[in-house]
Write a protein that binds this ligand. Structure first.
Ligand SMILES: Nc1ncnc2c1ncn2[C@@H]1O[C@H](COP(=O)(O)OP(=O)(O)OP(=O)(O)O)[C@@H](O)[C@H]1O
Length: 366
């Protein structure tokens, strides 16, 4: 457990960058610091490993005041990942990852073996180990940065906007990878971002900082989206917070209805009719290819003229995925698929909305 006790940090004679921060970070959880630029997120993070010293107050890790021991030792017990991967440009990927274990006295051979294992853990091919950082993509460099932070197997991982310099697709991949890693590793992770979406995806708990280094709200992401404590948090969380909150509502009880399925080879057969508004064309494995409306059945004679579908709803995922599938579908019917990507049926927006309403009534009555 990491505990901030009335921590204030003032740089020179400026207004406090962090003001009277009291915060308990649970062991083995992901805690995200989020807020607008300049609100003290990085300063708060860096005080945990004493890259920055508090002006007043104290920080405890597992009940011990971190100001008491040597800062260098503390720093080595905490992995640190930055926005720019911070890799040493003249060292190979493998040697970058092996740096801290080497400093801790591990033999070169052993440190490299462990580094190779870690590349695998963060989803990088072992062949990349002999490259130099400049020969990697931005996303790959960030993965190496995570591998390096994990190399000494520290119980605490501090991550300062680690994914903000990569494009949205890679960013999503890295977020999912981090969640997967955390399932196996159960580190205490403190993660800084200015992106509320990233915060709600990753955080077990989210600390929203306001300008002036004030902690505005500290709660589970679903609570922050559902019940922001004040106008600042409501504004920061954004307009579509109601929709995003659906990410935390289980879609397991959404009814999945049968739908008429057509194989691709049936499209050219004029005797095959669409019997109930819309039919869904699937490939040989049962994965969706596109829609066939009854009204335009005759003009669709091959897969090239199918009406493209919307997003898919993997059965049992959140109400957000279910509703998005329904709303993005040209037929108004969201396509449900199983874990193998095969169509299992369709979901209807009215029924999803009814579930959302029932959950709201249950919450307000509880
Ligand atoms: N080394 C420093 N010297 C003086 N002022 C600093 C220093 N580091 C940060 N500050 C100031 O402290 C305040 C908080 O900065 P900090 O970097 O902690 O915020 P942040 O929320 O992480 O911002 P960003 O999202 O832009 O990185 C800012 O006003 C910043 O200018």
């Amino acid at each position: 457990m990491i505990r901030f006790r009335s921590v204030t940090k003032t740089y020179g004679d400026a207004a406090p960058a962090v003001k009277d921060l009291n915060l308990d970070i649970e062991r083995g959880s992901v805690t995200v610091f989020v807020g607008p630029s300049g609100c003290g997120k990085t300063t708060s993070l860096r005080m945990i490993n004493r890259m920055v010293e508090p002006s007043s107050g104290s920080i405890e890790v597992d009940g011990r005041d971190i100001a008491q021991g040597p800062a260098a030792q503390l720093r080595r017990s905490m992995g640190y990942v930055m926005q720019s991967s911070g890799l040493l440009p003249h060292r190979t990927v493998l040697d970058n990852v092996a740096t801290v274990p080497r400093l801790n006295g591990t033999s070169r051979r052993e440190a490299r073996l462990r580094a190779a294992e870690l590349l695998d853990v963060v989803g990088l091919a072992s062949t990349l180990g002999n490259r130099y950082p400049a020969q990697l993509s931005g996303g790959q460099q960030q993965r190496v940065g995570v591998a390096r932070a994990l190399a000494a197997d520290p119980p605490v991982l501090l991550m300062d906007e680690p994914f903000s310099a990569v494009d949205p697709v890679v960013r999503h991949e890295l977020q999912q990878e981090l969640l997967r890693l955390q399932q196996d590793l159960s580190k205490t992770i403190v993660f800084v971002t200015h992106d509320i979406d990233e915060a709600t995806i990753l955080g077990d708990k989210v600390a929203v900082f306001a300008t002036g280094g004030r902690l505005a709200q500290y709660a589970a992401p679903e609570e922050i989206l559902r019940a922001p404590v004040d106008d600042f948090v409501a504004g920061f969380v954004g307009r579509d917070r109601g929709f995003r909150h659906l990410s935390f509502q289980d879609g397991g009880s959404v009814p999945v209805h049968p739908v008429q399925l057509l194989r691709a080879d049936q499209l050219a057969d004029p005797a095959v009719n669409v019997t109930d508004g819309w039919a869904l064309c699937v490939d040989a494995d049962g994965a969706p290819l596109g829609w066939v409306p009854a009204t335009a059945r005759r003009s669709i004679t091959g897969t090239g003229s199918l009406i493209p579908g919307g997003s898919l709803y993997p059965e049992g995922e959140s109400l957000r995925r279910a509703l998005d599938a329904a709303l993005s579908s040209p037929s108004g019917l969201g396509v449900a698929v199983d874990a193998g990507g095969r169509v299992t049926g369709v979901v209807r927006p009215a029924e999803i909305l009814a579930l959302i309403e029932a959950a709201r009534v249950q919450r307000s009555g509880a």
